[in-house]
Structures are given as C-alpha cells and as structure tokens.
Design a protein around this ligand. Structure first.
Ligand SMILES: C[S@@+](CC[C@H](N)C(=O)[O-])C[C@H]1O[C@@H](n2cnc3c(N)ncnc32)[C@H](O)[C@@H]1O
Length: 262
C-alpha cells in the first residue's frame, strides 16, 4: 500500500467529508426509525468539540452549522447538543447560529453548551438507553482532544449512537512516551485508544486514508452491520487488510522526518 500522504488537505475537504457522511447518516437514521417502531423517534446528535460555527472569515460552515443545516434540510426530528469549552468560540457559535438562522432556531431540541465536554456530557448520560439512535462527533486539534475514554463512556450508555472522530494521528504518535502530561503517566497510542471502543463496544469500524504529515484521519464506529462504507471518501473497514495496514501505519512511530515534520 502506498503511504505517501495526500498533501492537499484543507478545512473544506474535512467539511465536505463530514457533510457527506452526515447526509447519508441522516438518511439511514430516518429509514431505521421508520423500520423500528421501538426506536426513539428523536435522534441524538452530539458535537463534542463544536468550535465557533463558521471557519475563515467567509462564513463557511463548520460542523455545528452543517449539522443544523442538514437537519433542517432533511426535516429531521433530532436533539442536537453542541459543546464548546472556549468562551470566545462559544460566543461566536451563538452569534453565527443567529446569523445563519435569522428567524431563530425556535427549537427546544437544540442545546448549546459552554464547558469541557467531559463535564457537560454528564448531563446526557443518566441511564443506559439502547433504543437511542444518533451520532457523536469529536474533532479536536491535538492529542488531548482525542478523548477515546469519553467516547467509550458514550458507548456504554448509547449502544446505537455512532461515533465519528476526526483525529490528528500524528500528534497522538508524538505524544506516546512523553511522561506525565495532564495526569496520564503514559499516553496511549492510537491502537490502545481504538481498543477502548472497537471491537468490544462497537462491532464495526472504518478508517479513512490519512492526509498530510500530521496524518489527519477519520474513524467511524458503529454497531450497525449495514453501515455505509464510504469507499469513495477513502475509508476502509478496520478489519480489512487495507484498514489494518492503515491503523498500523498510524500507530507506529515513523521516520525521524515523519515524527518531526509538520
Ligand atoms: C478543530 S475545532 C472544531 C471545529 C469544528 N468541528 C468545525 O468543524 O468547525 C476544535 C474545538 O474543540 C474545542 N474543544 C477542545 N477540547 C474540548 C473539550 N474538552 N470540551 C469542549 N470543547 C473542546 C476547542 O476549543 C475548539 O474550538
């Protein structure tokens, strides 16, 4: 397999992939709700690292606005939780949502929360709910934001809520072996992080081809055997030879150049 990283990775590429995955996911959620009368009619969509809503100065939509936009477009009945810890970003998020939906969201199902996702999430995990469908999205900058513990906690409560993680695998790789940061005596490598979730808590996993020397990748975890494969976006099932090779490459320390270059 050729591991020359694709270099032309920009925020629009990330957002394009996210929107495509979300669109299909929403269609599937709608179909599943129709097929399974026992499932909760309100999907749960959580953006754990929402950001300011727009990126650049050109009012291009970030993940929270993409979620709200697709939800409106598909006429979906979903509960949306947007979590952002940075006060400035949170304020910008509120402002940008108001700008994007000038007549207001008018929606008691949308919660916009300011705080650390590890704390805020406690409000949303009261009891195990196997009939709740939905998805949680995590899209942090660095290694500390890739909190697979938090994601594995969500799996315990919501077996049918899928996970999408946009991940700086290069940053995780570099952090391994660095001692005692934030109370962790040892940083977990990517394989160890994935093992917290897959295959024990989510039976199926997809990994996307990494981009740039930072090895930006996307992981999707689900318990749904018929989950779309997103081959055109460069995804492989984790248990396929290509997926295994990708995970191995993303977990192992590479060349000096790869470890140091941004
Ligand atoms: C890469 S940005 C998110 C971009 C967003 N997904 C988008 O598409 O526009 C990461 C955001 O996550 C926030 N963040 C990082 N760690 C967090 C945490 N533990 N709890 C809540 N927000 C967090 C950061 O403040 C930052 O605004």
């Amino acid at each position: 397999m050729d591991f020359k990283y694709r270099e032309n990775y920009t925020i629009p590429v990330k957002q394009k992939h996210f929107r495509e995955i979300l669109t299909i996911q929403f269609l599937c959620l709608k179909a599943i709700a129709k097929k399974n009368p026992w499932a909760l009619k309100t999907h749960l969509i959580i953006d754990l690292t929402a950001g300011p809503g727009y990126y650049d100065t050109k009012e291009k939509m970030g993940s929270p606005l993409i979620i709200l936009d697709e939800r409106k477009r598909r006429n979906l009945y979903s509960k949306v939780v947007l979590i952002e810890k940075d006060k400035t970003n949170y304020t910008a998020l509120i402002r940008n949502i108001e700008k994007h939906f000038p007549s207001g969201l008018n929606d008691y199902l949308v919660n916009i929360e300011c705080g650390d996702n590890r704390e805020i999430i406690k409000k949303y995990v009261h009891k195990i709910c196997p009939i709740q469908y939905g998805l949680a999205y995590m899209d942090g900058f660095g290694e500390k934001d890739a909190d697979f513990y938090l994601l594995s906690l969500l799996c315990d409560y919501y077996k049918r809520v899928d996970l999408i993680i946009h991940c700086n695998c290069g940053a995780i790789k570099r952090s391994v072996g660095v001692k005692k940061v934030n109370g962790f005596s040892k940083k977990m490598n990517l394989e160890e992080r994935i093992n917290l979730i897959y295959p024990r808590k989510k039976a199926y996993g997809l990994v996307r081809d990494p981009y740039t020397q930072w090895q930006w990748s996307i992981f999707i975890f689900t318990n749904w055997d018929a989950y779309p494969k997103f081959k055109k976006l460069g995804f492989f099932p984790i248990d396929s030879p290509e997926g295994q090779a990708t995970i191995k490459k993303l977990s192992q320390k590479g060349t000096k150049n790869e470890n140091e270059k941004s």
